[in-house]
Design a protein around this ligand. Structure first.
Ligand code: ADP
Length: 271
């Protein structure tokens, strides 16, 4: 679905130039949910915007379904952190969700049906006639997610999508993404600075180094499904993996490869 090959990006030129991406390689097969984490300012958003065709990288290549990305691909949707700026305040929730469907060539009736289905998927059918400013932050972000879902993208990019909501809403939205993802079988790349979140929602966690960012580690999340906010986070395998990611993000990869619950006395002696 997605190939990122030796992607580099430098902002500016001369003495003020900032090399954000130092050569990123990433391959995401169809249907996978990949979380990208890394130190603050390392270039996560730059990577996501390059994939979306919103930043023209200075080197390397991005391919979506084998086609080089030179502008925003038709089959792609992005959910940004700042829902207050991504929804149009003068449009109803329904019209906000239906708007991008014009690009799909759907007539008005089909757009309304698709918008209603997507709002139902995020539990907001009752808010269809309201305006974004009449909703809480968490509800507005659910509208932004509904808009992305209605579009039925093959590839969904999410840039810190839950960064501006409270902790309880954040957990609800994480579960919402897992649920709709299971239903629509989308490929998702989710940028987050929250290490626990990356392990909780991801099939895979890609850790970037500080700038110029390269991939420091690419870890498979082998946790049983369906994931559960309390049960999953209590699992020794979860705790082990989140510690491993945390050390990697801090640039201290002196971790044990053996989950603690699988350690035998010989492991403990060796490690
Ligand atoms: P992250 O998402 O990991 O926090 P970003 O991709 O937003 O990092 O930014 C990476 C670096 O590039 C930061 O140092 C940031 O200040 C810089 N940067 C981001 N956008 C621009 C821009 N448009 N012009 C110049 N520098 C930028």
């Amino acid at each position: 679905m997605l190939d990122v090959v030796n992607l580099t990006h430098t902002y500016g030129s001369g003495p003020d130039a900032h090399r954000a991406l130092g050569g990123i390689d990433l391959n995401v097969p169809e249907g996978q949910l990949v979380c990208v984490v890394g130190p603050s300012g390392c270039g996560k958003s730059t990577l996501l915007r390059s994939i979306a065709g919103l930043v023209r990288p200075t080197g390397g290549e991005v391919r979506v379904k084998g086609r080089p990305v030179t502008a925003t691909p038709d089959d792609l949707a992005v959910v940004f952190q700042d829902y207050s700026r991504s929804l149009f305040p003068w449009m109803s929730v329904r019209d906000n969700v239906a708007l991008p469907l014009r690009r799909r060539g759907l007539d008005r009736a089909a757009r309304r049906t698709a918008a209603a289905e997507a709002l139902a998927a995020v539990g907001l059918e009752i808010a269809a006639a309201k305006y974004p400013w009449q909703l809480s932050g968490g509800m507005q972000q659910r509208v932004a997610i509904a808009r992305a879902l209605a579009y039925r993208p093959s590839l969904l990019l999410m840039d810190e999508p839950f960064g501006s909501v409270d902790a309880q809403t954040r957990e609800d939205l994480e579960d919402l993404v897992l649920a709709v993802r299971g239903h629509h079988r989308m490929t998702i790349v989710l940028i987050t600075h929250d290490i626990d979140e990356s392990v909780y929602v991801g099939d895979r966690v890609v850790v970037l180094t500080k700038a110029p960012a390269v991939v420091a580690a690419d870890l498979r999340v082998d946790l049983p499904g369906p994931r559960d906010q309390i049960g999953t986070r209590e699992l020794p395998a979860f705790v082990h993996l989140r510690s491993e990611v945390s050390r990697l993000v801090r640039g201290r990869p002196e971790f044990s490869m053996t989950p603690p619950h699988m350690m035998t006395p010989s492991h403990i002696n060796k490690e």
